[in-house]
Design a protein around this ligand. Structure first.
Ligand code: ZN
Length: 311
């Protein structure tokens, strides 16, 4: 089993576990004759047919992988798995319904990078397949043994693109890899919780520590919302809970709040934050409980979580 690290994994079962192993020696490109995302291609394989490709590629460059590249996928007839155990890795790409349009720039770039990875990972030689079982790169209609009853796939425009842009691009990329894509920046997960009880006096702001008082030391780019989850024990009816994310200098000076978020009553509440943390700033959180009778409430659990990139 091999999974391409730059594809979203949509594993197709039972095929992924039940189909036999292959030694991949070819990469065959297809047009699916539908303007689908990679995820929609996955759903089609899962719900509507026993066939499948290893990969699916949407117009926007969204790339999904459905089966490991060392497992048979059934998109290329006799090339799926030959008697000697070799077989083809296949990709279905979004196209118009008659498969007459060109690959988008995003698709071309992804095909080139994936093609180069297959060369490095599996040793697929950098040539266009000269016969149906010759190791190398090709497109569906290149050899009749690859299609039951013949096919136009992937369409004339894309055959031209394959020969003029995609395959030469794979050769160049394999020799001289491009720098990593921005979306390959490592995503880190913040997940800190604290179950020590904290008494919150009514009407006073209290800074909260999770692992410590600083949630993030900038620069940090948030990937999706950051959220703080607070669980309040018994609290009188009408208790108001204000939460506030705020930025400070590293020494805690110059606090600047992002606006108060108000929740009501006992139980568990979430406070969301969506603003990146600039360099030289620390992100913190504070809370203020206000009870109608002025009694304190007890914070019994607190958690902060969210994905981020350290830049
Ligand atoms: Zn095809």
């Amino acid at each position: 089993m091999a999974w391409y690290p730059n594809a979203t994994k949509y594993e197709l079962q039972p095929e992924s576990d039940s189909q036999p192993a292959i030694r991949p020696t070819q990469f065959i490109l297809h047009s699916i004759a539908a303007p689908w995302t990679a995820k929609r291609v996955y759903e089609y394989w899962r719900d509507s047919t026993d066939l499948e490709s290893h990969f699916g590629l949407g117009y926007a460059g969204d790339l999904g992988q459905f089966i490991g590249t060392e497992t048979r996928a059934d998109a290329n007839y006799q090339a799926n798995r030959r008697p000697d155990g070799t077989g083809a890795v296949s990709i279905e790409t979004a196209s118009n319904t008659s498969a007459t349009d060109r690959w988008t720039d995003e698709q071309v770039e992804r095909l080139i990078r994936l093609g180069a990875w297959l060369h490095h990972r599996h040793g697929i030689p950098l040539r266009i397949c000269r016969t149906h079982n010759d190791p190398g790169y090709g497109y569906h209609r290149l050899h009749e043994e690859w299609a039951v009853g013949g096919t136009i796939c992937p369409g004339n425009a894309r055959v031209t693109q394959f020969r003029e842009v995609v395959f030469p691009g794979i050769v160049a990329e394999a020799a001289n890899p491009s720098p990593p894509e921005e979306d390959e920046m490592p995503i880190a997960k913040l997940h800190e919780s604290n179950a020590f009880d904290v008494e919150l006096p009514s009407g006073s702001w209290v800074g909260l520590a999770f692992r410590d008082a600083v949630i993030h030391a900038g620069p940090r780019t948030l990937i999706g919302p950051l959220y703080v989850q607070l669980t309040i024990g018994d609290a009188p009816q009408g208790t108001r809970l204000d939460g506030r994310f705020y930025a400070t200098n590293p020494d805690g000076s110059s606090p600047s709040g992002y606006g108060d978020l108000t929740k009501w009553g006992a139980g568990t509440h979430q406070f969301l934050h969506n603003v990146d943390v600039p360099a030289g700033k620390h992100l913190r959180f504070e809370v203020c409980a206000t009870t109608p009778d002025g009694s304190p409430v007890t914070l019994i659990h607190r958690l902060v979580t969210g994905d981020y990139v350290a830049s």
